[in-house]
Design a protein around this ligand. Structure first.
Ligand code: UT7
Length: 329
């Protein structure tokens, strides 16, 4: 039985970091940021809180929406590149906080494509019949790994979490139909955080050299993101015999408005068929897609039976698309 999304929710911190705020931190300006990225502001979580704080709130909103008791959850998957700490998994912290006494779970690092990887993984446990309720969360506190002296990266990222509940679909026409995922490690050198792992554990030197922050070669990533997201989205439509008129909308990873526009163009989609909220939140890494989906559902942009394509590209390089039919009223 295929998996369908039966609930979706999100959490964003209240604190806003606007382009004008950034003008005071680095040599940048609102015009440059808007024209190159489409970002107006991002949300920043309190320093004292970790990614799990946001993940718990997103998960709880899904439990409330679906009237699900936490102890019914079989599995919790958390896509994140900013776990609360390396050990234990953030999934363990979230499992305890929400009281999902019967769940197992783990974290998954698929960079900006992490939520797609987690959704594809979770759907398999439903499809095999092994599990009935899987909570898939995308959450990142990017502000914890961003150098606010580096104008090339600090303007891009923000903090957020989004979550969905997966359950078996009695109706074969609804739910997750197909996915395509890729990994090309030759792209690792263009987007990474050098220290804090086993290769370069934290030392005074690594901190002084600012190696605990994200490094990105924006131009290289941009080029690969445009072709990667465009090609894989067009491919998943073609192999499922769907035209631009069949697809109700694209829910893309929100890294750069120009990347989203290029992917939509390649798929033949008009602006009204693309879910965009990058202006409000920037790139929240694993959270962008569930956050965009949650807002689109709240704003009644998603209708039962709609064909929807999700697509993402990020560190690794890892990228892909997932095709599904919206199952909620
Ligand atoms: O989600 C994970 C995947 N990540 C992505 O998909 C991000 C992909 N990359 C991008 O979105 C874009 O490459 C950026 C938004 C990061 C940069 O845009 P760009 O059009 O590629 O600009 P650039 O890096 O080529 O920089 C152009 C100029 C440079 O100045 P010069 O060398 O031409 O004099 C930069 O130094 O803009 C300068 N610049 C800035 N100027 C004002 C770079 N950052 C800034 C800034 N404000 N914040």
């Amino acid at each position: 039985m295929q998996a369908k999304i039966t609930g979706v929710g999100h959490f964003t911190p209240d604190n806003r970091l606007t382009n004008h705020d950034l003008e005071k931190l680095v040599d940048t300006n609102d015009d440059w940021i808007m024209s190159r990225t489409g970002i107006k502001e991002r949300r920043i979580l309190d320093k004292a809180k970790g990614t799990s704080f946001m993940a718990v709130r997103a998960a709880e909103s899904v439990l409330t929406q679906t009237r699900t008791s936490a102890d019914e959850i079989d599995l919790i998957l958390i896509a994140t590149v900013t776990p609360d700490m390396p050990v234990p998994a953030t999934a363990a912290i979230v499992q305890n906080k929400i009281g999902a006494a019967n769940a197992w779970g783990f974290d998954l690092n698929g960079g900006c494509a992490g939520f797609l990887c987690a959704l594809a993984t979770g759907s398999q446990f439903i499809q095999t019949g092994k599990h009935k309720k899987v909570m898939v969360i995308g959450a990142d506190k990017m502000s914890s790994i961003i150098n606010y002296e580096d104008r090339a990266t600090c303007i891009l990222f923000g903090d957020a979490a989004g979550a969905v509940l997966l359950e078996p679909s009695a109706n074969e026409d609804l739910g997750i139909v197909d996915f395509i995922l890729h990994l090309d490690g030759s792209g690792a050198e263009y987007l990474y955080m050098a220290a804090g792992g086993s290769l370069q554990p934290a030392t005074r030197e690594t901190v002084n050299q600012k190696l605990h922050y994200v490094y990105q070669n924006g131009k290289k990533v941009f080029k690969h993101a445009v072709s990667g997201m465009s090609d894989v989205s067009a491919k998943i439509m073609k192999r499922n015999n769907l035209s631009d008129k069949d697809v109700a909308c694209l829910i893309p990873h929100q890294a750069n408005l120009r990347i989203i526009d290029a992917a939509a163009k390649k798929m033949g989609l008009g602006p009204e068929q693309v879910i965009i909220n990058i202006n409000k939140y920037g790139n929240t890494t694993a959270a962008t897609i569930p956050l965009a989906m949650s807002e689109a559902y709240r704003d009644r942009k998603l209708n039962k039976g709609d064909w929807i394509v999700m697509s993402a590209f990020g560190a690794g390089f890892t990228w892909g698309s997932l095709l599904f039919r919206w199952a909620m009223e």
